[in-house]
Ligand binder design. Structure first.
Ligand SMILES: NC(=O)c1ccc[n+]([C@@H]2O[C@H](COP(=O)([O-])OP(=O)(O)OC[C@H]3O[C@@H](n4cnc5c(N)ncnc54)[C@H](OP(=O)(O)O)[C@@H]3O)[C@@H](O)[C@H]2O)c1
Length: 284
């Protein structure tokens, strides 16, 4: 039996990853959440896991063969992840959910933060795989991101600045993570992950319109407008990410999902055909 800890099991990649792992023979899945009572995934054993409660990590990692680490987007992430991994067996397969900023050439804060998280994993002495996806399609249907603006205001307020984005379905990230956690051949690899096509923001809005059943327009913002209301580390990280978006850093299309998962990455149209109802108007 292979025992796998999925941190962030309620999240966009953690949930589909847990579902894929449960469907495999011989895999026991621990679903880590700061609110384990809210984890209701068939076949998954909920377990308390919070980056704020290191005292619970020993129980969460006890006897695990593999761990999926959803990077906590906070300044002390390198230290936290280093400490978590130090408490695991040296043969534990580690898969880190990083992002495109992992390849940022800068070493100063905040540009050097994502590379420093990856470095901690590579230097952990455990077999590792790093995943670097771009923007998730699920940001359109997540109420914590753009869902209500699309559904109720009919707009996608996003500081694209004319750049394209190769949106990726989080389920395709999960499919790559699944294989990296329990199959051979992925240790020591860094995977740049994207959807199958790069789309402009106006084209993205057209596809959202068709799925929502009402007009959705792209409203271009300045980076300052887009990060209004955030502060500190969160603001610094968002500024960095949006500046990279505007420089075209999230437009690259790779074939890594197809290569690793054995099937093409899902298109935005496919994602939206299943998720259109979440984008319909709720207020009128
Ligand atoms: N979103 C993107 O487009 C994107 C792109 C590239 C990389 N990333 C990276 O991926 C990582 C995850 O980011 P994310 O924003 O997509 O987060 P997420 O995976 O959707 O969720 C992260 C955490 O939020 C809590 N959570 C999830 N669903 C919830 C819900 N319905 N209600 C309340 N809490 C919930 C969960 O922790 P608890 O169960 O402990 O509460 C979960 O582990 C970050 O490191 C991010 O930088 C994101």
């Amino acid at each position: 039996m292979t025992r796998v800890l999925v941190t962030g099991v309620r999240g966009k990649t953690g949930l589909p990853l847990a579902e894929l792992l449960v469907a495999r023979q011989g895999v026991e899945v621990l679903g880590g959440s700061s609110d384990p009572s809210s984890v209701g995934i068939d076949g998954v054993h909920p377990i308390a896991f919070s980056w704020d409660e290191p005292s619970g990590w020993t129980a969460a990692t006890d006897g695990v063969d593999a761990v999926y680490v959803v990077r906590p987007d906070r300044a002390d992430a390198p230290a936290l992840i280093g400490e978590l991994l130090a408490g695991t067996s040296p043969r534990t397969q580690v898969v880190l959910l990083s992002d495109r900023d992992g390849d940022h050439p800068g070493s100063d804060y905040p540009a050097g933060w994502a590379p420093s998280v990856e470095r901690v994993v590579r230097d952990s002495g455990r077999p590792w795989t790093v995943l670097r996806p771009g923007w998730f399609m699920q940001v359109f249907t997540d109420p914590r991101f753009y869902q209500s603006q699309i559904a109720d205001a009919g707009e996608l307020p996003f500081p694209g600045g004319g750049a394209e984005i190769s949106w990726i379905d989080a389920r395709d990230i999960a499919a790559v993570a699944e294989r990296a956690l329990v199959e051979d051949g992925h240790a020591g690899r860094t995977y740049q992950l994207s959807g199958p096509e790069a789309l402009s923001l106006p084209r993205t809005a057209e596809l959202l319109s068709a799925a929502a059943g009402h007009p959705v327009i792209h409203r271009d913002l300045t980076v300052d407008e887009a990060v209004a209301g955030t502060e500190g580390f969160e603001r610094d990280l968002n500024v960095l990410t949006f500046e990279r978006v505007r420089a075209g850093g999230f437009a690259e299309v790779t074939d890594t999902v197809a290569h690793v998962a054995g099937r093409p990455a899902r298109t935005l149209r496919e994602f939206l055909s299943a998720n259109g109802p979440a984008l319909r108007r709720t207020s009128r």
